[in-house]
Design a binder for this molecule. Structure first.
Ligand code: ADP
Ligand code: MG
Length: 323
């Protein structure tokens, strides 16, 4: 009587809001795709803080000609075949949702040349539907252009921030991925002006280049956990960048735990590596959070790795702060 089934395009537009809320979210998904494609050079261009245009160009392996028009379908992914693959996952992507979501809330163009092909293909997508597919001469790799984000979702468009706020978020994000992918060259142009240019480098150099200063390295292994923490103490503004299995995470409890352990006035870039089955990224649509299989054990190993062997664990603290 009152129940209606919404048309698929409407459902996609609504669902897209879970993954894509701002231009930075689009950039994040496109960067991750480029990195998953083993790109060694990634260029990002935006205009109007990404509200008018976001373009990400990579020199990765490209998309097979037969797949180019499939990638915008819901659940289209080349990264997993079944749920059990999540247990051994090493790629950033796995949901096959990003391009589908972006396609349903923007005007999208994807050009890609697969590494075994002599030419590329370009598709145009409107309202989630592929409206054209043509051959295009281009180098191996992929170029994704996203125009007029949320042009068809006025409610969402209203919530976009000012141009410079959106641009800053994008810059922060690119820096984050640059930290964990030091061998990749990153370029960022905003309104045709160069904002960031990072040549291929190595971990420590990339970190010191981005922060400007010398860092101490703590490198430790504890049972199933491997840690590399680049630390600079007694700075005026503490700053923590945390990566689990190369994925940037923004987990409040974990960050607070690390701050307490290392001191609030610390700049730190912390890489935590765990066997993929010990950590679940499939808890948040944006994959910014992860769940540890053995949370207390993991935190306890982490603390011991950071402050030295034999460090007593304050279980009362763990009890209180860790859900
Ligand atoms: P996911 O990353 O979760 O697989 P996406 O919607 O982000 O889902 O991408 C869908 C598919 O499109 C990917 O699995 C991949 O096969 C292909 N793809 C997307 N972007 C690129 C890229 N930059 N280079 C190569 N292939 C890509
Ligand atoms: Mg993806």
């Amino acid at each position: 009587m009152f129940v209606k089934i919404l048309p698929p395009e409407v459902r996609s537009r609504i669902a897209a809001g879970e993954v894509i809320e701002s231009p930075a979210d689009v950039v994040k998904e496109l960067l991750e795709n480029a990195l998953d494609a083993n790109a060694t050079k990634i260029e990002v261009e935006t205009s109007k803080g990404g509200k008018r245009l976001i373009l990400v160009r990579d020199n990765g392996i490209g998309i097979h000609p037969e797949d180019v028009d499939k990638v915008v379908l819901e659940g289209a992914t080349s990264k997993i075949e079944s749920e059990k693959d999540l247990l051994t996952l090493t790629s950033y992507g796995f949901r096959g949702e990003a391009l589908h979501s972006i396609a349903s809330v923007s005007r999208l163009r994807i050009s890609s040349r697969f590494f075994q092909e002599k030419e590329g293909y370009e598709i145009e997508v409107e309202g989630g539907k592929v409206v054209s597919k043509v051959k295009r001469g281009m180098p191996v790799g992929t170029e994704v252009e996203v125009r007029d984000l949320f042009f068809n979702v006025p409610a969402r468009r209203k919530f976009l921030r000012r141009e410079d706020t959106e641009r800053r978020k994008i810059l922060q994000l690119i820096r984050e991925y640059a930290l964990v992918n030091p061998e990749v060259e990153f370029l960022f142009f905003s309104n045709a002006r160069e904002v960031l240019s990072l040549k291929p480098s190595e971990e420590r150099k990339r970190i010191e280049e981005l922060f400007g200063g010398k860092f101490e390295l703590i490198r430790e292994e504890r049972e199933f956990l491997k840690l590399r923490a680049y630390v600079r103490r007694n700075v005026s503004h503490g700053e923590f960048h945390v990566f689990i299995n190369s994925k940037p995470v923004s987990m409040r409890t974990l960050k607070e735990f690390l701050k307490k352990t290392l001191g609030y006035r610390t700049q730190a870039v912390i890489f935590i590596d765990l066997p993929p089955f010990m950590v679940d990224f499939n808890v948040h649509p944006k994959k910014k959070e992860a769940k540890f299989l053995k949370e207390r054990k993991t935190l306890s190993l982490l603390r011991s790795a950071l402050v030295g062997r034999g460090a007593e664990i304050e279980f009362s603290y763990l009890e209180q702060e860790v859900p």
